[in-house]
Design a protein around this ligand. Structure first.
Ligand SMILES: *Cc1c(COP(=O)(O)O)cnc(C)c1O
Length: 489
């Protein structure tokens, strides 16, 4: 399987590349992204046979259709990392919550957010490639809270890899911060940044553009790669759980179609659903839930992506607090081709907005519909479902808005649950007590778990007693020096 570029080719890079190249060099010509040249199709009787497969077997079966240039034994070992999940036999349980609402719980991995679904196998494959090529890589990551822990976990103590992870100081939950700053791998560096997530991401971009930084990396023979969802190596693993969710649904309900509901930020999860749909997964429509940073719901409802005069707003679903949603570009490319995609992305950079034509919007809406959800709705939903005995984290709660408002037909829906409640305990406690007090994560975890008789996993509980390995919080101007010192170690 070859990969091509969303904004066309600049004549300097290769025109078509393989999977291993894409994983190691995720940025394509003109600032674009890599996409598969075509998508493999699921055969007619795929679902009948697939019912017998467990999650690992299904992953291997689908990966084999992509014909990627990774050795089978490496894929085998990468996929075995799903054994680290809470329940080895069912790493991704599907939970029936209402008659037509099924929740695909994607958060049972080591760091308790769905980022583990892709980052666990992805990290293994990337490290293996680096080792075989005897090439050192620096992975830079800016995180709003969940990507950081999952990236650190997957690359911890891997040969040929160093990770520098930046989080906004005060912008993550205590649990998320502790997951990062107590991490022990010798090849990992975690830095708090003075500012918000946008500042952390800007700091990363500044670093990538800095000549002195580039020089030093070259001198040390270190290459750069990225672990966020611009890397197709992550997206490929995010196709599979959508397919698996439907297979699990079929065991409960005989249905030819379903809605897929995705709480969205950078659109990686939703893109996985879109690719799965194109491969033949019978999704009626992909329903996108965003929070009040509703740039995606505006695009899908009005055909305009508009950053003018917009500020990022803080919400109780911080992983969706995002205005520049990178993976939308892959859908634009798929629907409208490289020339138009480049034009739209250039508009966004130069004019801070782009507008689709009426026809284009119609095409987009063939596959997507969208709505946004405010914190009040999310909190009420958490409370309502907690009373019925099902716990939704604040991100997953946004999908209920889509479930209630966007289904045009009475078909079953599978909603993606993206994080465990334990990562956002103060919001959870506010929701069930209907108050607005400020709680620490430690207090909120205890109170919530007692009130609802749910366990806190050991890996979360022990965070509060672990040794802090990374205590630096730095200003943007000091980041380069900190990271250079780290790579010289
Ligand atoms: C990352 C994340 C999201 C957003 O996922 P995208 O693939 O970026 O759209 C939603 N919820 C949680 C809990 C996350 O960590």
């Amino acid at each position: 399987m070859n990969f091509i570029e969303t904004r066309g080719n600049d004549g300097k890079r290769p025109k078509e590349v393989q999977f291993s190249y894409v994983i190691l060099n995720p940025s394509a010509s003109f600032g674009g992204l890599y996409v598969p040249k075509y998508l493999p199709m699921l055969e007619e009787d795929f679902f009948k046979d697939a019912k017998k497969l467990n999650y690992k077997e299904l992953t291997k079966k689908i990966l084999s259709k992509f014909e990627i240039d990774i050795d089978e034994e490496v894929i085998d070992r990468a996929v075995c990392l799903y054994d680290k999940f809470e329940n080895k036999d069912t790493p991704v349980p599907l939970n029936k919550v209402e008659d037509e609402l099924f929740i695909n719980e994607l958060y049972h991995g080591p760091t308790k957010a769905f980022k583990d679904m892709a980052l666990q196998p992805f990290g293994y494959i990337l490290s293996d490639l680096a080792k075989k090529q005897k090439q050192n890589y620096l992975i830079l990551a800016a995180t709003s809270g969940d990507t950081g822990p999952a990236t650190l976990d997957t690359f911890s103590d891997k040969e040929n890899i160093k990770v520098a992870c930046m989080y906004p100081d005060g912008g993550t939950s205590d649990v998320q911060r502790l997951q990062m700053v107590t991490t022990e791998g010798k090849n990992l560096k975690v830095l708090g940044i003075v500012g918000n997530f946008d500042d952390a991401q800007n700091a990363l971009k500044t670093l990538l553009a800095s000549p002195s930084f580039k020089d030093e990396l070259e001198k040390q023979n270190i290459k750069l790669s990225a672990a966020n969802s611009v890397n197709f190596g992550r997206i490929i693993f995010q196709i599979i759980y959508h397919i698996y969710g439907y297979i699990s649904l079929l065991k409960e309900r005989n249905t030819d179609e379903f809605y897929s509901i995705v709480p969205s930020g950078n659109f990686g999860n939703a893109l996985g659903a879109y690719y799965a749909k194109k491969m033949g997964l019978p999704i009626k429509k992909i329903l996108i839930a965003s929070n009040i940073n509703n740039i995606l719901s505006d695009l899908i409802n009005k055909g305009i992506y508009d950053l003018r005069g917009r500020r990022l707003l803080k919400t109780t679903s911080p992983a969706m607090d995002i205005l520049i949603s990178s993976n939308v570009e892959r859908v634009l490319f798929d629907k409208f081709g490289a020339n138009r995609c480049k034009e739209l992305m250039d508009d966004l950079r130069e004019k801070k907005f782009y507008r689709l034509t009426k026809d284009e919007l119609e095409k987009l809406r063939e596959d997507f519909d969208a709505i946004y959800c405010d914190d009040e709705f999310a909190k009420d939903t958490i409370k309502k479902y907690a009373e019925k005995g099902y716990i939704l984290d604040p991100h997953t709660a946004t999908t209920l808005k889509a479930y209630e408002n966007l289904r045009a037909q009475n078909l079953p829906a599978i909603a993606c649950s993206t994080a465990q409640w334990t990562k956002f305990a103060p919001t959870m406690l506010n929701a069930i007590k209907n108050d607005t007090l400020t709680y620490s994560d430690e207090v909120a975890l205890k109170e919530f778990s007692e009130a609802l008789h749910v366990e806190i996993p050991k890996s979360i509980k022990e965070l509060f007693n672990k040794k802090i390995m990374h205590d630096k919080v730095v200003k943007q101007r000091d980041i380069e020096e900190e990271i250079l010192n780290f790579i010289k170690e």
